[in-house]
Design a protein. Structure first.
Lengths: 114, 113
């Protein structure tokens, strides 16, 4: 596709269940980012992938959160044993590293933990 | 510790007037700054950026000013249009880092017709 695609667009899950959020970046973009936006908050950095380098995981809020990027393309963000405070919009973005700043965001996945 | 701050959660401006959105940062390692615009139910879209080697960057109706000594940047929109109504996020990154962007909490701009 032409843009960053995220699925699902909405996810309601019960507390304690695991969820997987998917991101398809723009083809050829070597950098991929995950952010989340909680209600009334700004965008909180979670994790950054760049090519084959080790990802920057410094923003992951707990060890219940993990992410992987297979083949330098699709990325999956996994949240284990979800808690109500995990409810947020999870945003994925991709960019060409040499084109700093022009990260393209997907429409996000709205996660609601009940 | 919030490294990028947007202290005004909202701003209302009359159509045709200038909108000024402000952003402050604390990390002196930041050397690249961006503004994103976000409409409801959509992902943020890149608007304009500025490198720390400049103090101004202009793109059409949008101008970003950077004051490194004050660790402050601002986005000017002139003239403001109703379609500019959105949430505006300021973001910063450091060349020495992993290019991750640190975002502010956003300012909701409402342009009144």
């Amino acid at each position: 596709g032409a843009g960053v695609s995220q699925s699902p667009s909405n996810k309601v899950t019960e507390k304690g269940k695991d969820v997987e959020l998917r991101c398809d970046p723009i083809s050829g973009h070597t950098a991929l980012y995950w952010y989340r936006q909680s209600l009334g908050q700004g965008l909180e950095f979670l994790i950054y992938f760049q090519g084959n380098s080790a990802p920057d995981k410094s923003g992951l809020p707990s060890d219940r959160f993990s992410a992987e990027r297979t083949g330098g393309s699709v990325s999956t963000l996994t949240i284990q044993r979800t808690q109500q405070e995990d409810s947020a919009v999870y945003l994925c973005a991709s960019s060409l590293v040499r084109d700093r700043g022009k990260a393209f965001f997907g429409q996000g996945t709205r996660l609601t933990v009940v | 510790d919030q490294q990028v701050k947007q202290n005004s959660p909202s701003l209302s401006v009359q159509e045709g007037r200038i909108s000024i959105l402000n952003c402050d940062y604390t990390n002196s390692m930041f050397d690249y700054f961006l503004w994103y615009k976000k409409y409801p139910a959509e992902g943020p879209t890149f608007l304009i950026s500025i490198s720390s080697i400049k103090d101004k960057n202009e793109d059409g109706r949008f101008t970003v000013f950077l004051n490194k000594s004050a660790k402050h940047l601002s986005l000017h929109i002139v003239p403001s249009q109703p379609g500019d109504s959105a949430v505006y996020f300021c973001a910063a990154s450091a060349t020495s880092g992993t290019y991750k962007y640190i975002f502010g909490t956003g300012t909701r701009l409402k342009v009144l017709a």
